[in-house]
Write a new protein. Structure first.
Length: 158
């Protein structure tokens, strides 16, 4: 259908009997079988199509006419389903793209805030270190003229 009528399904005819005949008689195990209809063959469809194009539809059997109408209805139903699925796919694709954009923005904001927090923490630590003794933790050695503290007194001997 796309090869004959293009990629836009809106430009496709509702039913293309020539295409159905071509596909139905293309060979393989189901050669000459028209899909979706009970006993319709490509030959019957060809006969119905040639009669209907000439305009003498009185010679087309009522079974063939009913099957032709059924084929048209089935094609219309499939077209509606395809259109619905295409619209749903487009909507989901757009929602997915929007969600990805929102996620990317959220991660960028989170990264920026973490970078600011990290920079502030580094600045705070550097300020504390440059001020010397005003740190939160006690130094490893209590300085006394830059010497370790004296040892504890020895206990008296008895």
């Amino acid at each position: 259908m796309r090869e004959r009528h293009g990629n836009n399904p809106l430009t496709h005819p509702e039913f293309d009997p020539d295409l159905w005949m071509e596909v139905g008689s293309s060979g393989g195990p189901d050669k000459n079988q028209v899909y979706g209809l009970s006993n319709t063959t490509a030959e019957n469809l060809r006969a119905a199509h040639s009669v209907s194009t000439v305009g003498s539809s009185q010679s087309v059997s009522s079974t063939q006419s009913k099957e032709f109408v059924a084929l048209q209805q089935h094609t219309a139903q499939l077209t509606k389903k395809y259109d619905h699925l295409s619209a749903t796919y487009a909507q989901l694709k757009a929602e997915n793209a929007q969600q990805k954009a929102e996620d990317a923005q959220w991660y960028a904001q989170r990264y920026a805030q973490q970078k600011v927090d990290h920079d502030q923490l580094c600045e705070f630590v550097m300020n504390m270190a440059s001020q010397g003794g005003d740190t939160c933790a006690p130094p490893l050695f209590w300085s006394y003229n830059n010497q370790p503290p004296p040892p504890p007194p020895t206990p008296p001997l008895c």
